[in-house]
Design a protein around this ligand. Structure first.
Ligand code: AOF
Ligand code: ZN
Length: 376
């Protein structure tokens, strides 16, 4: 019985330190793509002696920062890392070797690294070198902060996020062909935080023509990073002088179109620094599967899709969406408004696309519903 109590106590202690490691990891969240965000804590003699997190792809890993911070106190200590220490020599040397060399006696791991170059080899190396390893501590939290990394490294395609604002009656605007403005300042701050954390933001040509959005990040306190802007415009019919194409932002702008668009028209966009990417067309429009694959090849790990209804409908129908943020304003928009999704016929209850791990929050008088999209 005494052993049981000790074991429970140890798990609680491990969770406590892993939460600190998670807090470290979050400091880099949204800044490490295409690499994961990772945090590490070193505990020696019952107190934290080192901490570190991964700041940017190509720079030292979290473990290295934490070991440097701990110095000689790492000898005999326990290391807490949100992601399995790497075993490969990439842009930096393997962290499992660094931990062993520093004399760490125990390593507590949040989740196994899904990177095929690592995938258990880091843990194996540590065990082979006489280091005690515990895995799966706060695993759900560790996975959650790296959803884009996990999706991209295991499938080659980005984490696709659907984002929309609707009325009580599920409309995105009041009249077809007119701008939205159903949700407003209540959701604005969060939308810009989302934009700040993703690699790319995507819209269809209709949204550019009707709303003329800049698709930039404007955080409440100022600052923020503009994600790559991605426009789907099969015929290149959007106005090359639309806000999103203006060179002012300095970020990349990609436009996907069909192969047989007029070369002169492509030139007009290219002259503005826009990257024109022709892809195959299908009867329903541009091949979204191909577009998502091209974005993955460009090392884009997360895409926030801000509409419109047709793009949402097709991405849902093709099972390309992974996550939903749905803002709802407390008003009725009436019959004239466009509904959230068009062009996604579903047969019935058995066919319904559902949300898993649903979270709801209240933003003033507005509601936010979010969760992972689950296909039948
Ligand atoms: C990171 N930061 O803190 C950890 C990573 O490109 P490299 O050589 O830096 O290696 C990247 C891989 O290393 C990454 O895909 C992941 O599998 C592993 N761990 N990467 O950038 C870190 N711990
Ligand atoms: Zn590493």
């Amino acid at each position: 019985e005494v052993e049981m109590i000790n074991e429970t106590g140890q798990i609680e202690l491990d969770q406590k330190y892993m939460l600190l490691a998670l807090a470290e990891a979050r400091r880099g969240q949204g800044r490490t793509s295409p690499n994961p965000c990772v945090g590490a804590i070193i505990v020696g003699d019952g107190s934290v002696v080192g901490r570190g997190y991964h700041k940017k792809a190509g720079t030292p890993h979290a473990e290295v920062h934490a070991l440097r911070d701990a110095g000689e106190k790492a000898a005999g200590a326990t290391a807490y890392v949100t992601l399995e220490p790497c075993s490969h020599t990439g842009r930096t040397p393997p962290c499992c070797v660094a931990l062993a060399k520093a004399g760490v006696l125990r390593v507590v791991v949040g989740m196994t690294d899904p990177n095929p170059l690592v995938n258990g080899r880091g843990v194996q190396y540590l065990r082979d070198h006489g280091i005690e390893v515990s895995t799966g501590i706060c695993e759900a939290d560790c996975r959650e902060i790296n959803r884009p990394f996990i999706k991209k490294i295991t499938t080659g395609t980005p984490w696709m996020i659907m984002k929309a604002g609707i009325s009580l009656d599920g409309r995105m605007n009041y009249k077809e062909g007119e701008p939205g403005w159903i949700t407003g300042p209540e959701s604005g701050a969060l939308v810009h935080q989302l934009r700040d954390s993703v690699d790319a933001i995507m819209v269809g040509s209709g949204t550019v023509m009707i709303d003329n959005p800049s698709l930039t990040t404007r955080l409440p306190g100022g600052g923020g990073r503009d994600p790559v802007a991605v426009i789907l415009d099969s015929q290149l019919k959007t106005d090359p002088d639309a806000h999103v194409y203006s060179a002012a932002s300095g970020r990349s702008v990609l436009v996907f179109c069909q192969h047989d668009v007029d070369e002169g028209r492509k030139e007009v966009f290219a002259e503005r620094g826009v990257i024109v990417l022709p892809v195959s067309s299908l009867p329903e429009g541009l091949d979204l599967g191909e577009i998502v694959a091209v974005l993955g090849e460009r090392d884009i790990c997360s895409v926030l899709v801000e509409g419109g209804a047709q793009l949402h409908g097709q991405l849902l129908q093709k099972r390309l969406y992974d996550y939903l943020y749905l803002f709802q304003a407390p008003l009725f928009a009436g019959d004239g408004g466009v509904s959230l999704v068009t062009g996604c016929p579903l047969a019935g209850r058995e066919d319904a696309i559902a949300l898993r791990g649903v979270r709801r929050s209240v933003l003033g008088a507005h509601l936010l519903l979010e969760g992972e999209i689950e296909y039948p």
